[in-house]
Write a protein that binds this ligand. Sequence first.
Ligand SMILES: *[C@@H]1O[C@H](CO)[C@@H](O)[C@H](O)[C@H]1NC(C)=O
Ligand SMILES: *[C@@H]1O[C@H](CO)[C@@H](O)[C@H](O)[C@H]1NC(C)=O
Length: 332
Amino acid sequence: MKRFLSILTLLVAFIIGSYYYDQKSNEILEADFSQSLSNWFKLGNFFLYKNFHKIFYINEELVYEENLPSIVLLHGFPTSSYDYQKLWNLLRQDNRFKSIVTFDYLGYGFSDKPLDYEYSIFDMADMVDRLLLHLNITSVYLVAHDVGDTVVQELLRRENLNSQNHFKIKKLILMNGGLFTDIYKPIITQEILRTKYLNSIVSRYFFKYTIFKYSFSKVFGSLTRLSEQNLLDFYNCIRYNSGNLVLPLTIGYMNERLQYGEAWTDALNETVIPTLFIYGPADPINPRNKFPQKIRDLLPNVKLSILSELVGHYPQFEDTFTVWELIKKFIN
Ligand SMILES: *[C@@H]1O[C@H](CO)[C@@H](O)[C@H](O)[C@H]1NC(C)=O
Ligand SMILES: *[C@@H]1O[C@H](CO)[C@@H](O)[C@H](O)[C@H]1NC(C)=O
């Protein structure tokens, strides 16, 4: 009976969903871009990863001085490099960076989103290494957010193992990533995207703007109001290249964290690279009653900066100026 009911529910969902099915072309999505997102898109270039997949990146040269480090920004799930647009405008005023670099991982933002692909944190770490090699960048300050933190942990693991990366990390700044799987509280959308069968139906037929808006807004604090256009831009970056279809695959990082979490925590604990963690406490995913204490207890070498209690899961967007000041101070 129970089984019959779930099949019936899926069937009904499928029928209703098909009725509302609206796979949008990139041209239609682009028509809704804000000026700022259009400009972001125009700033970028494409890099061929593994000689096949197009990866969107931006590399803005600031100072013609070979020995200066670049600053590299790694974004989170399910958004894109555009998360850093506001911070970018502040960072580009700095003359201590050779360049500012960011990119969309495969499966995200304006990059290709193949459906027959083994997405993984290991592969994302490879992308960082390949891109920096391609750009001839050998020394970096690394800034990461959300799943980007996990990518960094994998890069650190490699660095600790006789430096398998083509670049050196001078300093590290992490923000609101799920460092601790035991206290990590995924939102319901993440859980749905991890549920077999249900995830392909939901991502294909029910990845609607109104639903997205409701669930995505929840991870933000109240310091900076998300405008309708902000939300639409985040949404359109996800939908670009039919990206909604790939969400059940890219979310696989959550299982990898369960599998490799210990090695990644150790990598962060053992690194000698100076590390700052900037934490927005109004983050339902990394709860404030446990997360900061856990950093202090388990990662004594990580410097922790806690932002205003009105800042949530996206510090670089919600409290850009403070994040910029903290970064400046830390790399001084
Ligand atoms: C790469 O960077 C090094 C210094 O970091 C420089 O000497 C070399 O000329 C650069 N190569 C290319 C191809 O730009
Ligand atoms: C990290 O290293 C410290 C010692 O420096 C240790 O007390 C702590 O338990 C370690 N954390 C983990 C997660 O192993």
